[in-house]
Design a protein around this ligand. Sequence first.
Ligand SMILES: C[S@@+](CC[C@H](N)C(=O)[O-])C[C@H]1O[C@@H](n2cnc3c(N)ncnc32)[C@H](O)[C@@H]1O
Length: 213
Amino acid sequence: MRSFDLIARPYRTLEYLTLGHTLERTRLYYLPRLLAARNALVLGDGDGRFLSHLLAANATAYATALDISARMLHLLRERCAPYATRLQTYRTDALAFTAPKGTQYDLVVTHFFLDCLPQPEVEELMRQVAPVLAPNAQWVVSDFRIPTGLMRWPAQLLVGGLYLAFRVLTGLRTSRLPDHASALQAAGFHRVEQKLFLAGVLTTELWQRTETT
Ligand SMILES: C[S@@+](CC[C@H](N)C(=O)[O-])C[C@H]1O[C@@H](n2cnc3c(N)ncnc32)[C@H](O)[C@@H]1O
């Protein structure tokens, strides 16, 4: 059973100690582009640092946040308390979530979440989410990546070390970065923009659903 409960409280401090504010900058990079969103589905946001920024910056957005960890969700609700009337939370495996009938999301947020899932689960998740998305929905995704060139080896070392740490601390079973790009393309999205951080070891990307006529 995967659980981030054990590291929920120290998660932010551990992040700042290991990578400083780089992950924060990565998560928030496309925030100004998300201000038209009305109904966001936020998967595995952890302690809610991104979601609190989204709800503060976008005063008319509603959000549904899913997380498998009760403690992460508790921290998220605390951090997002000023916006509680616009927030729904579910403690669930994202793959087991069924949106309430008639719901349509125009934004999906997955910051450092898809890398917790093996490739078949990423693909399955996108197949499940696709039917509840608006025709022009946006998907913002941040993740680690292995760049080509000189940074390849340090990146492999860093990502391998992080997977090992998460395996020990949370029981995470996967140990390879999934290919979220091919899964998003298969789900009908195209990439609008990408910004790399940390010499290409971190990526944040804005994807848009390709409207079919
Ligand atoms: C690596 S943390 C990332 C947290 C945050 N999004 C960030 O940017 O740092 C992964 C989060 O996803 C949650 N999680 C992992 N697997 C999940 C699943 N299958 N369904 C729902 N939440 C999951 C964990 O509990 C944790 O809060």
